[in-house]
Design a protein around this ligand. Structure first.
Ligand SMILES: Cc1cc2nc3c(=O)[nH]c(=O)nc-3n(C[C@H](O)[C@H](O)[C@H](O)COP(=O)(O)O)c2cc1C
Length: 349
């Protein structure tokens, strides 16, 4: 069991999908950070406050710091959410707070706290422009799921191919995880070099000292725009990671020659997928067909679709070539609402 999982079972029992809890209030805002130094330490202090006050009140939150801005996603019972929002709004560590999402619906964050720090070169003015554009769209009546709002602010798709689409947020998202080693990050790096595009790095942290890295690249291939995201194995269970699982078309699993490692990865994946209503398909990558037997049977036991690709999972080129055909079977139209995260069903619940 992971460190971060230790305190989560109580939360799951009270607020998980199997609990009796109904829909909750969901709110997201962006605000300008007043702090310029020691952002990580300051966020650790906020985490301590949030765990003290939010958890007993049933509030889950994810906090992002990026380009001099905070973005916060909160979910929970409406009255408690209102109280905490009032307290947070008066905090001098930020100002210019703008609400960018409000809805009622099922919980999407599966634990009390997640945080992310984006290390990127963009200026606070560029971030502000995105906040302003999004707020304008929301004020004009467009509806976005919380995950789509988070993505638009933190990791917007800026590939020129996506800009030509009617909805720039409509692109295929693929998560990659390796049973052993850094193969997922190597695949993303290889894709970045091949398409001459920048690799974006992110760091997440859960409720206890756990720091998780993730990298992604955006590129155009086979007439569609892709985002391929490498995720560290131990990042799979973080509430923020789990909230995005329904947004992926597929999760690619780079299997190991050690069956024990594969079953550990499958255990992490099946736990992370728990309660996801429309899980993405898994694609196992292994050098010999018989290596798929164990992960395929574990996937079947949990009702998860499992596709096979035969390639040396340590070789990015061979891996990408082998996973392309099943990935291309994904037929979501580029501008479909499911693909873009614009989901009135979710937002309106
Ligand atoms: C961007 C931001 C987000 C915050 N989020 C929370 C939160 O979710 N829960 C919380 O209790 N305090 C949060 N805080 C801190 C509160 O504003 C306040 O300092 C804290 O709740 C005071 O409680 P304490 O003295 O018991 O730590 C946040 C502060 C900032 C700047």
């Amino acid at each position: 069991m992971d460190l971060d999982d230790a305190g989560m079972d109580g939360w799951e029992a009270q607020h998980g999908l199997d609990s009796a809890e109904g829909p909750v209030a969901r709110i997201m805002y962006a605000s300008q950070a007043s702090i310029r130094q020691s952002v990580y330490q300051e966020m650790e202090k906020i985490r301590a406050s949030a765990l003290k006050h939010n958890e007993p009140a049933g509030i889950a939150t994810a906090l992002l710091h990026q380009s001099g801005w905070f973005v916060q996603w909160k979910e929970g019972p409406a009255p408690a959410l209102q109280d905490i929002m009032e307290r947070v709004a008066g905090d001098l560590r930020h100002f210019d707070l703008r609400i960018v999402h409000r809805s009622r619906g099922p919980r999407l964050l599966s634990g009390p706290w997640s945080m992310a720090i984006a290390q990127c070169r963009e200026t606070s003015a560029e971030m502000e422009m995105r906040v302003r554009q999004l707020k304008q769209q929301v004020d004009d009546g467009m509806q976005f799921s919380p995950a789509a709002v988070w993505r638009r602010l933190s990791t917007p798709m800026q590939h020129p191919g996506a800009m030509r689409q009617q909805d720039p947020d409509a692109f295929q998202r693929v998560l990659v995880c390796a049973a052993h080693g850094m193969g997922s990050f190597e695949l993303v790096r290889w894709l970045g070099e091949r398409h001459c595009v920048e690799i974006v790095h992110r760091r997440f942290a859960g409720a206890i000292e756990l720091d998780v890295g993730t990298d992604y690249v955006d590129f155009e291939q086979e007439g569609r725009v892709w985002r391929v995201i490498a995720m560290a194995r131990h990042g799979l269970h973080l509430p923020l990671t789990r909230a995005f699982i329904p947004d992926y078309s597929h999760v690619v699993l780079l299997l190991s020659i050690d069956p024990e490692r594969n079953s550990q990865l499958m255990e992490r994946v099946t736990r992370a997928f728990q309660g996801v209503r429309h899980p993405p398909a898994l694609i196992g990558v292994a050098s010999r067909p018989e290596m798929h037997a164990l992960p395929a049977s574990l996937a079947r036991q949990h009702g998860l679709p499992y596709l096979t690709a035969v390639a040396d999972s340590r070789d990015p080129h061979a891996t990408w070539r082998a996973v392309q055909p099943p990935l291309l079977l994904w037929q979501q139209a580029a501008n479909s609402s499911i693909c873009s995260g614009i989901n009135p069903m979710v937002v309106g619940q």
